[in-house]
Every structure is written in structure tokens, then in C-alpha cells.
Ligand binder design. Structure first.
Ligand code: COA
Length: 179
């Protein structure tokens, strides 16, 4: 502390690690999602990537494929990121896992209405879990898993938008579909 000053900053004692849940369908994971995960790690000690079954979306990849593609994005010894499957109410899952927050990425104003509704409903169910919004990186503002799948279906160049192994899986999946 500066001896000329009597100002002593208050530093809250860190009692336990902070955990956040980053949910989604991840069909498949994109670089936009990865950007949110990495930025989430600057705010929380650990991030649990929670893969939702989401039958309403009829995913192209099954749960096992989606989770394995996410795991393959990180080194095996990365202890700050966990990939798990979530079924049932997301906020209940987050609470059970001791998460302080649910992270959501916002891409454009069009995301806001749905996100606002979801956050308020989750808060009504469980007040101890906050929703934290991160602006999606500018480079990925226009991508979604659907648009990636659409481009892949017609052989579009996905470099820089998804990890290489995801690109390869998409390519193989659409090749199989043509056979
Ligand atoms: N970069 C790239 N794409 C992004 C993105 C980013 N940073 N953030 C979102 N997206 C895309 C996703 O790829 C997805 O694309 P798609 O619609 O083409 O598949 C789209 O934006 C929406 O994704 P996301 O916001 O993650 O929603 P989701 O539909 O994948 O997942 C759940 C929604 C699973 C989080 C939500 O349905 C849920 O919480 N379900 C559990 C049940 C529950 O608790 N319901 C709420 C009751 S109150």
C-alpha cells in the first residue's frame, strides 16, 4: 500500500471457485461458441458446457457426437472446462452443479427477446443463478449452427468458422447422406 495514502482497497476474499454453465444444442459447436467459452473463462474459474438434447430442433448429430466434438476442442488435461449433457430444466441443473451463472451469447438484437424471456423465467425459478450475457465476437456475429450446416451441405468453405475436426465431421456426414 502507498504509505502516503490511507486508502486501502477492499478485496473480497475468494472462498470457493466460481462456476458457470454455458448451455446450447451445439449442433455442431462453432468458433463463435468457442469464443464465448474462452471469454467465460476470464470471468469464472470453471465453465461447464452443457449440451441440451433439444428434440425440438431435430439435431443432425446425436448427443454423443456433439459432446465428443466439443471435447476434442480442448486439451485432455484442461480442467477448467467440463462438457456435460443437460436434460430437464437448465436452471435446476445449474443450481445443482453449484453454478453462479448461466452464460449466454448475444449476436444481434433479434436474439434479445428470446434471451430476455429465458433469463427472466430462469430467474423466477431459481434466484441464485444469474444469467450473464456476452456479446458474440464480431467475426462470428452472423453464424449459427444451422447456417454452418447449410453451407456444409452444399460444400461451402467453412475454414475459420468451425474447428477443423468439426469441418471434417460435417463433410463426412453430408457425403454419407449422398451415398
Ligand atoms: N456463435 C455462433 N452461433 C451461436 C452463438 C455464438 N456465439 N450463440 C448462439 N449461436 C447460435 C447457435 O448455434 C444456434 O444455432 P441454431 O439455431 O442454428 O442451432 C442458435 O444461435 C441458438 O443457440 P442457443 O442460443 O445456444 O440456443 P439453443 O437453441 O442451441 O439452446 C437451450 C437453447 C438449450 C439453452 C434452451 O432451450 C434451454 O435452456 N433448454 C433446457 C430447458 C429449459 O430449461 N428451458 C427453459 C425453460 S425456462
Amino acid at each position: 500500500m502507498n504509505p502516503m495514502s490511507n486508502y486501502e482497497p477492499f478485496v473480497a476474499e475468494k472462498t470457493s471457485e466460481t462456476v458457470a454453465v454455458y448451455p446450447g444444442t451445439f449442433d455442431p459447436i462453432t468458433n463463435g461458441h468457442l469464443d464465448i467459452i474462452h471469454r467465460g473463462l476470464t470471468l469464472f474459474d470453471r465453465v461447464i458446457v452443457a449440451v441440451a438434447e433439444n428434440s425440438s430442433k431435430k439435431p443432425l448429430f446425436d448427443l454423443e457426437e456433439r459432446t465428443s466434438m466439443i471435447r476434442a476442442c480442448f486439451p485432455a488435461d484442461e480442467t477448467r472446462i467440463e462438457v456435460d449433457v443437460v436434460s430437464g430444466l437448465l436452471v435446476d441443473y445449474a443450481y445443482r452443479r453449484g453454478a453462479k451463472a448461466i452464460i449466454r451469447g448475444l449476436r444481434a438484437v433479434s436474439d434479445f427477446d428470446y434471451e430476455f424471456q429465458l433469463a427472466l423465467m430462469n430467474r423466477r425459478i431459481e434466484r441464485e443463478v444469474e444469467t450473464v450475457f456476452l456479446m458474440t465476437g464480431f467475426r462470428w456475429i452472423y453464424i449459427s449452427s444451422s447456417i454452418i450446416k447449410d453451407a456444409a451441405r452444399y460444400g461451402g468453405d467453412l475454414s475459420g468458422l468451425v474447428p477443423d475436426h468439426v469441418c471434417e465431421r460435417l463433410r463426412r456426414r453430408f457425403l454419407q447422406a449422398q451415398e
